[in-house]
Each structure stands twice: as structure tokens, then as C-alpha cells.
Design a binder for this molecule. Sequence first.
Ligand code: GRF
Length: 230
Amino acid sequence: MPDSADVSDPDASLQWPLPQPAPAGALSGGGPLRLAVMASGEGSNFEALVDACARGLVPGRVELLAVNRERCGAKERAGRLGIPCHLLDHRRHASREALDHALISLFRENRIDLVVMAGWMRIVTPVLIEAFADRLVNIHPSLLPSFRGADGVGQALDAGVTLSGCTAHLVTAEVDAGPILVQAAVPVLPGDDRERLHARIQRQEHRILPLAVGLAAQRLAGGAPPQGQG
Ligand code: GRF
């Protein structure tokens, strides 16, 4: 746990260990990583990643956002941030696989190195997972392997845990079960409801997602494997 963590601060995150961001030269080809983000909702993680790239915390650039909803906060943020946004409406695709094929085409056309699922509210299929094996990162609002699947925040509250958090991990065929890249723990406080706890968890998501992207990049470049995956 970082020395500076103050556990009396409800925003304190207990994070073991504190990963270091990937050095800029650690990537294949040495150039900046070309990132794509998939989102369905507010897009706060998308914006946090764009910010982290701009501040040099991630050796890459968010080249595009893919959304599956015409109206969503993520799309509005993309407009404000000047990031190209592509709408792939799931209702216009005959199957989950067809949607995933459309995503793959978009990513390949844009020479995307690494894809981040940041609140993508559709189940992805092996079509996408295999095409972007080791290059697909997801952020989930619980300390995996606890509370996988939908409503991780509500599941934690229902279970009565006093500690929850968030996990950034690589995506594999089993939902929310791929190799863990970074986690942060968040206390559940008396009187918490879904909204309050989720807001506190999201502040930590915004910190760990850029770190996880850097670690995934390092891993691709043959650098140090993520903790616990050695
Ligand atoms: C995050 O809490 C993430 O863990 C979950 O969906 C939420 C997306 O939030 N998968 P936002 O759209 O990034 O604000």
C-alpha cells in the first residue's frame, strides 16, 4: 500500500502494488500506442484515459471512440475532446458476432494496437476476443473475482462487504475472468447506496485504467508480466 494512503479518507484507495506506467519506448515499434475505446454510457473512463494520454501517463493516444448508442455521455465527451466517434448500433447488427466483426473492421482500418472496454454494455464474443487477444482491456467495478457480471456495485452492497473496488483486466472468453492488470480497493461506508459507492469506485477506476493500459502495452512488448500472472 502506498505510504501516502490515508484510510480515514473515504477516497483513499488501497492498491497493491503501485504499478509504474510503461516507459514510452516499451511498445512494439517504439511509437505511441494507438488506442480505441468502446463505451455505452457516461464515458468518464474514456475521458480519464484521454486525459492521462495528454498528460503523458500513457505512452499512447486515443484515436477513436466506438459507441453502440446514438445518445450517450461518451459520445458527447468525444465531441468536446475532438476524438472521432463511431456509432455501431447493436440493433442494426443481426448478431453479437456481426457487431464484433464491424468493430474489428473499424479497429483494423484505424490500425488500433489496443482496445479498452470502458462501460461497453454488450457481451463481446470470441470473434472480437480472439482477434484482439491480449489487446482488449476491460474495467469492472468490483474486486474480481468477486461480483462478476452485471451490477458489481449492487452485488457488493447486497453481500454486505466492507471493502470493494475496481479491476482492470484483459478480456478472455469467460466474463470478467481474464488476467488482472491493476486493482484498487475502495471502502464501503455506512449509508452507502449504489450511486455513492459507484461514484467513489469510479474515481479509482480513472486512476487505474491508464496504469492498466500501460501494463498491457508492456506485456505486449514482452516486458514485465502483470502481477500474479508471472
Ligand atoms: C464503470 O464503472 C465500469 O466499471 C463499468 O461501467 C462503468 C462505466 O462508467 N464497466 P463510465 O461510462 O466510464 O463513466
